[in-house]
Design a protein around this ligand. Structure first.
Ligand SMILES: Nc1ncnc2c1ncn2[C@@H]1O[C@H](COP(=O)(O)OP(=O)(O)OP(=O)(O)O)[C@@H](O)[C@H]1O
Length: 281
């Protein structure tokens, strides 16, 4: 047995039958996906007695969005928060590799973004947020249907337009994720409301190049953000570009953002509904 830290996901004992089925269905979905170096490891499931539990590998820095926000300022105390351009290429390659693996299993993730990536002690990035993937696999969903209205700013135009989604729709969201990393957690399209986003994209507008973003990183972000799904690159190509970019990327300049995060402004600009409850730990 190895000595990995774990987290326990438990189902409340008062859960009704459909909740039990969904909990166990999700655990079995994870187990069927099998292990991948950049998906959080499933260590075990307690399914025969209550409380039902899935035991998952713990990634100590939790979700990437919160991690990026903690990296914005150098607090002086010892911290692992040194995001360099090289680190972006490395993390991006890890997430892209997990996404390619999911696609190989006939899944569409549907929820790619910094909040759906977990970060380990050694800053390895692993793709999570698989709830919508599981839902899509188990329910015959309408093409382009949004599982969660709060995710519009991350979704490809065909999803916003309720047209058929494909694995290329994940590639669009992956480009948004790279943009989130290089801006240390800025909201996507901050000046456009979520309801105006589709029209904005239909007019051919795109995100501007962030101040810290190199040409090679921005060219990957731009290619993922092509309006037509067939013009976006395949993940294999994205991975190859990230690997080659990683070799020459700057590993010294640590990215920082001078102003502290204003959570209310973030929620507004990211298009989250008021009910969404996000805290920086
Ligand atoms: N294995 C883990 N290690 C460390 N932190 C975790 C782990 N799993 C979840 N967390 C933390 O708990 C939060 C909520 O987890 P949860 O599993 O509900 O994720 P989620 O991204 O909302 O997934 P889904 O979209 O499938 O509901 C994550 O954002 C993360 O901060």
């Amino acid at each position: 047995m190895d000595n990995r830290d774990v987290i326990l996901r438990t189902l409340k004992e008062t859960a009704i039958d459909s909740e039990r089925q969904s909990f166990l269905g999700f655990a079995s979905f994870l187990s069927e996906l099998g292990p991948h170096p950049f998906l959080p490891g499933l260590m075990g499931v307690v399914s025969l007695r209550t409380p039902l539990i899935t035991v998952m590998e713990e990634l100590v820095h939790r979700d990437l969005l919160g991690f990026l926000w903690r990296c914005r300022q150098d607090t002086g105390v010892e911290s692992p928060c040194d995001i360099t351009e090289k680190r972006i290429f490395t993390m991006g390659g890890q997430v892209a590799s997990a996404l390619e693996y999911l696609h190989g299993q006939s899944c569409i993730h549907g929820n790619v973004g910094a909040r759906s990536v977990l970060v380990g002690r050694d800053l390895t990035a692993k793709l999570w947020g698989l709830g919508p993937t599981y839902c899509k696999k188990t329910q015959a969903g309408t093409p382009g249907e949004l599982q969660n209205i709060a995710m519009r700013k991350w979704q490809a135009p065909e999803v916003l337009a309720r047209r058929p989604v494909s694995q290329s729709s994940d590639v669009w969201s992956f480009g948004i994720l790279l943009h989130e990393i290089v801006t240390l957690g800025d909201p996507p399209f901050p000046k456009v409301t979520a309801s105006d986003l589709l029209q904005y994209l239909q007019r051919g507008k795109t995100q501007k190049r962030p101040a810290n973003c190199s040409n090679s990183l921005f060219s990957i972000i731009k290619s993922c953000g092509e309006f037509a799904p067939h013009e976006r690159p395949a993940l294999a190509e994205v991975i190859q570009k990230l690997k080659s970019g990683e070799k020459s990327a700057n590993n010294r300049t640590v990215l920082r953002v001078p102003e502290p995060l204003d959570i209310e402004k973030y929620l507004r600009e990211a298009g989250y509904g008021e009910a969404y409850n996000y805290i920086v730990l």
